[in-house]
Design a protein around this ligand. Structure first.
Ligand SMILES: [Zn+2]
Length: 751
């Protein structure tokens, strides 16, 4: 006779083990008359053995322990029963603990595959990352054990939903933000207990900005965005200073310089200072390591209309020009090769006076196009589409999560964060943040319905309810948080200027911050339910209906709770495998639905579907509209460094059709032969996917630089086989043949 262990292993039934467990509890009972006799213990064991023999299957350890509990109760020895239950509970804890021990050992000894795939921006071999992961494992354990309800933990484990960042949830931490750099620089701030006055030069402003970014990164787990507009006024402060100094120097030397000449000398020096300041930002931000073991996930926003016309806008244009030129150059690696850095992410806003050839700032847009071709950034926000959809044009918080349009200013709620740069009646975006994310797996909802539409909507309602409860937990975790947990955020201006001891609660309502309902796998969901892609007319309608339901749910929760729930196209990263694996386990391999090692992000069109860049962006724009909490579309293009007009043609299309998009270009570098272009994935003799230089055949990863965007992040550390397969699966949205000699793209080319 056998019993089934938790691991699924069958072991021979051993009555003596049961007897010993009861004896342990019995021994702790102090009152002799309340103890069980050896005969009573034997009777209990015999009874359980009989039950086990009569059962038509192997009983589980849990079932046997339940029977022991019931038998003890039946004998009336309630105290011994209680001691047994405690004993059982402690054992359970110990068992879970050893699971944690295993995980931690896996992190420290670097033999845990899951950890290696966790985040393509973190290198798990370095000590600070290991330490962050160890803390993360404990936080995850504590979160699952004490902070989340069992059904949420189970749904997360089974891949029905994803409760993001459980490794940070134990602490009272939020997700991502737009840093109010302007307030901190203009009105002073405090860094590590030291007061920082407003900078007296552009260079110093850039240094302070970098320090602020590092501090913010250590106080939250998601990304952050700063805008170059907040630095622009410091260019003129430097200019005045330089001008005064030079005048004095020339006067002292007795040199007579005319105004025109002096101006030129001053402007040359101003430019040098802007170059030095931008370089500080670029190098500081990639070389800094936050306490969570990675370079801060920071996005730099470049939007000319954010500052008024005149000197300040000219200065902002200069900063943008310098930033782009430095990025095109790249950064040197440890062998002196110029490579593509992953950070900072750059966002460039396309607007009426920079998109058309001949417009005032077209030269910047052209630089941006060159930069995209060479370094995959910047990404593009269309001012036209932003104004049409949101009423304002503002950046996303780090990677893609978007704030809701400011409603607290319209409702005259006033200066909720006590920012010193708040202007009554003017919409505010910098200083706002996101509370956190929970993602619904649309593919699972579809497969669970078996294709029955009525059932699908019912399941969706159920799952959304689960997501809502999980999001409530995120919100409640932040309630009551004192500003003292992160002075840089809550007291010194990055997000607010609250008093010590004051709680952040009022920043969680009235739309000051958002909270995200993420979704993933619309492509597979629609394919399962309708048998067609969501790019077809039948699939499209169903896909939009799903998206509308997500929006309606958020609207309802928002109306009831005054919290800005918003629909968010989750960047899945390693969760894409977790979902894919969970789906295969639950439903097997369904062609086009669960047969890959990944599922498709957000509303994206499947990577294997042939569609041209222009059609893809237009089609995805319909869905991006229904993803107001954030989403980014991309097109996969070949090496386009020699075809900037084609890049510009796509950018123009972005400006006209979609709020936020990027181009996945390819400009890899082979150290062996110096080839610059696309390094491709090939199969080696054992079937393993490897990267190979098309020029010299080099396959040594240490001697090549490959940068690819996965889920919206640029990764440069190479990828596991699953992700490499996805990268190899990607079809180009512009074929090499379509890029004509004239340098334009034929938008009507079909595949
Ligand atoms: Zn080569």
């Amino acid at each position: 006779m056998y019993i089934m262990k938790r691991s699924g292993e069958r072991v021979i039934f051993d009555g003596e083990k049961i007897a010993n467990a009861i004896r342990k509890a019995n021994k702790e009972e102090g009152i002799l008359s309340d103890k069980l006799t050896e005969e009573q213990i034997a009777a209990i064991v015999n009874g359980i053995e009989r039950d086990a023999r009569n059962a038509s299957r192997d009983l589980s350890v849990e079932e046997i322990q339940d029977k022991v509990e019931n038998s003890l109760m039946a004998t009336g020895k309630f105290n011994v029963a209680r001691l047994y239950i405690t004993y059982r509970y402690k054992h359970n804890e110990l068992r879970k603990m050893s699971n944690i021990d295993q995980k931690i050992s896996g992190i420290v000894e670097r033999d845990n595959e899951e950890v290696k795939q966790e985040n393509s921006n973190k290198n798990p071999t370095v000590l600070s990352v290991q330490r962050d992961y160890m803390a993360g494992e404990w936080s995850r354990y504590y979160t699952n054990r004490y902070l989340l309800s069992d059904d949420i933990v189970a749904a997360h484990k089974d891949g029905l939903i994803h409760f993001h960042d459980a490794d940070y949830f134990a602490q009272h931490m939020h997700n991502c933000c737009l840093v109010n750099l302007g307030d901190m620089l203009d009105n002073g701030t405090c860094i590590s207990g030291t007061h920082i006055d407003t900078p007296r030069s552009f260079n110093t402003a850039c240094t302070v900005a970098s320090q602020i970014v590092a501090q913010v990164a250590s106080s939250q787990y998601g990304g952050q965005t700063i805008t170059m507009s907040h630095l622009a006024r410091y260019v003129d402060i430097s200019r005045q200073k330089i001008s005064q100094r030079l005048k004095a120097e020339f006067a002292e030397a007795g040199v007579d310089v005319d105004e025109e000449k002096l101006k030129k000398i001053v402007e040359d020096e101003v430019r040098r200072e802007v170059e030095s300041g931008c370089q500080t930002i670029q190098y500081q931000l990639i070389t800094l390591q936050s306490t969570n073991g990675q370079a801060p996930f920071v996005t730099v926003f470049m939007y000319l209309h954010e500052v008024p016309e005149g000197q300040i806008r000219d200065d902002l244009a200069l900063i943008i020009e310098v930033m782009l030129k430095q990025r095109i150059l790249g950064v040197k690696d440890n062998r002196g090769f110029y490579i593509t850095p992953a950070f900072p992410k750059l966002i460039y806003v396309l607007q009426d006076d920079n998109i058309e050839e001949g417009s005032k700032y077209f030269y910047l847009t052209k630089l941006a196009a060159e930069c995209t071709a060479k370094r995959m950034v910047p990404d593009y926000i269309s001012e036209k589409m932003a104004l049409a959809m949101k009423g304002d044009c503002y950046p996303c918080m780090g990677c893609r999560s978007f704030l809701t349009p400011d409603r607290f200013t319209d409702a005259q709620k006033g200066n909720l964060g006590n920012a010193k740069n708040y202007v009554e009646g003017v919409h505010k975006y910098y200083g706002r943040f996101n509370q956190g994310v929970v993602t619904i797996n649309l593919v699972d909802a579809a497969c669970s319905s078996g294709g029955d539409e009525a059932k699908f909507w019912e399941i969706m309602k159920d799952r959304l309810n689960l997501c809502h409860r999980a999001l409530r937990l995120r919100h409640e975790r932040l309630l009551g948080t004192p500003s003292d947990v992160a002075p840089i955020l809550w007291q010194d201006g990055a997000l607010a200027r609250l008093k010590p001891g004051e709680v952040i609660d009022r920043l969680l309502y009235d739309g000051y911050s958002t909270i995200s309902l993420g979704y993933a796998g619309l492509a597979e969901c629609v394919f399962y339910m309708k048998g067609v892609s969501h790019t077809s007319s039948a699939g499209d309608a169903f896909g939009l209906k799903v998206m509308q339901l997500l929006n309606d749910s958020c609207a309802q929760w928002k109306a009831e709770e005054n919290i800005d729930y918003s629909v968010y196209g989750t960047p899945l990263e390693s969760t894409t495998y977790k979902f894919a694996k969970a789906l295969q386990k639950r439903f097997g391999k369904i062609p086009h639905v669960t047969d890959k090692n990944y599922i498709t992000n957000s509303y994206h069109i499947h990577v294997t579907e042939e569609i041209d860049a222009f059609a893809k962006l237009s089609k995805e724009a319909e869905f991006q509209r229904l993803s107001p909490g954030g989403a980014i579309s991309y097109v996969e293009v070949p090496n386009m460094q020699d075809n900037i007009p084609a890049v510009l043609a796509i950018m123009k299309h972005i400006y006209d059709t979609i709020l936020y998009a990027e181009l996945n270009t390819k400009s890899d570098l082979c150290d062996v032969c110096g080839y610059s272009g696309e390094i491709r994935v090939v199969k080696d003799s054992t079937g393993k996917l490897v990267w190979e230089c098309p020029n010299c055949g080099n396959r040594e990863q240490a001697r090549m630089h490959v940068a690819r965007r996965t889920c919206g992040y640029i990764g440069t550390q190479f990828w596991n086989q699953g992700r490499t397969a996805e990268i190899a699966d990607r079809v180009l949205h512009i074929g090499l043949g379509e890029i004509q000699e004239t340098g334009s793209v034929n938008p009507n080319a079909s595949h």
